[in-house]
Design a protein around this ligand. Structure first.
Ligand code: UD1
Length: 314
């Protein structure tokens, strides 16, 4: 199915979703953004992107959104791991039950395809240098448990209802438009936001935890291809990372280079449920997409810092 219909983007006014919506437009595919604006912001969107302000789980929101839609990109979520540790019931609703509602909407309105944003957090601590999609999963937090359940539910929906599904396991996505004022935003947003104000950054634990940081522009390309070029994408989970990882102390080094000064660092105890090492095996992504994310950490951080310094963010 390489249809030319519109693409419903849940969470499309948010960080990753707004990049997906822009790219769909650039590729002459109509995005329809469905977002309750709890964490999303309309200012992330170009003016001519249709925005339905509603909860993606409310079935009444769908008749308008679903008209002529050939795919749903499901990005609406409660994405901050520590937030879900504090508010596990809200995580269950936002990160799992919502996915069930989407499957119902797809069935009811005949939308054939769902691209689902899962997470590398489903692996937990594998003890391995890199994570492969066939590795055993060990989700350690409400966020990871609910996202994992969503993966399984989509597998059920594919088998039972014949929906086409693509499950993407995002590693640590970073870049412009992640909310700099949220305490739950990712580490690179936290670091950038503090450093441009000359404030010290905080490292939880020893700073030797590793992450596979993948630039949001690259992620948007993967998502849009998965939504619009169905045939090449397998239903099983696909890692979306770069295939390389760095530890936080190395990240501090890149910031030092970019800013021309050494950041001040405070150390605090490691966080509950924090994964130690995370790096994507990207063979399956390469087979499906024909490429792997290419933006270097240095270039991506440069773009992030630039965006943060634009007047609208200050
Ligand atoms: C992140 C994503 C999550 C995604 C997962 C996939 C965010 C907010 N969370 O979780 O949605 O599914 O990757 O791997 O983007 N840290 C500090 N100082 C800070 C902030 C964080 O030292 O100021 C540390 C954390 O303790 C952790 C690491 O940096 O060890 C990364 O944390 P964070 O960016 O919050 O992301 P993850 O927990 O990896």
């Amino acid at each position: 199915m390489n249809g030319s219909g519109s693409v419903v983007v849940t969470g499309g006014a948010g960080f990753i979703g707004s990049h997906v919506a822009s790219l769909l437009q650039q590729r002459d595919r109509q995005p329809i953004v469905l977002d309750n604006l709890q964490s999303g912001n309309p200012s992330n969107l170009q003016r001519d992107v249709p925005l339905i302000v509603d909860d993606a789980g409310r079935i009444d929101a769908w008749p308008t959104a679903a008209r002529n839609a050939s795919a749903i990109v499901h990005l609406a979520a409660m994405p901050a791991v520590q937030d879900t540790v504090e508010r596990p019931l809200e995580s269950h609703t936002a990160n799992f039950v919502l996915t069930q509602h989407l499957v119902e909407a797809a069935r009811r309105y005949g939308i054939p395809r769902i691209v689902y944003a899962s997470t590398a957090a489903v692996y937990g601590n594998t003890g391995q240098a890199e994570q492969h999609e066939d590795d055993a999963t060990d989700p350690l937090t409400p966020y990871a448990i609910d996202k994992h359940a969503g993966e399984r539910y989509l597998r059920f929906a594919a088998e039972q209802y014949g929906l086409e599904t693509v499950t993407l396991r995002f590693f640590n996505v970073y870049g412009p438009r992640q909310n700099p004022s949220s305490p739950y935003s990712g580490v690179l947003t936290q670091f950038s936001s503090r450093l441009i104000r000359n404030q010290p950054i905080v490292i939880y634990g020893d700073g030797q935890q590793t992450r596979d940081f993948v630039y949001v522009g690259d992620v948007a390309q993967v998502v849009v291809d998965a939504a619009t070029q169905a045939s090449r994408w397998p239903a099983g989970p696909i890692n979306v990372g770069t295939g390389t990882s760095v530890d936080l102390l190395q990240v501090v080094g890149v910031f030092s280079d970019l800013l021309g000064r050494a950041p001040q660092v405070q150390h605090e105890p490691a966080r509950t449920g924090d994964v130690r090492d995370s790096k994507a095996n990207v063979d399956r992504l390469h087979a499906a997409w024909g490429n792997t994310p290419q933006t270097s950490l240095r270039d991506g951080l440069h773009a992030l810092i630039d965006w943060m310094q634009t007047p609208a963010q200050g």
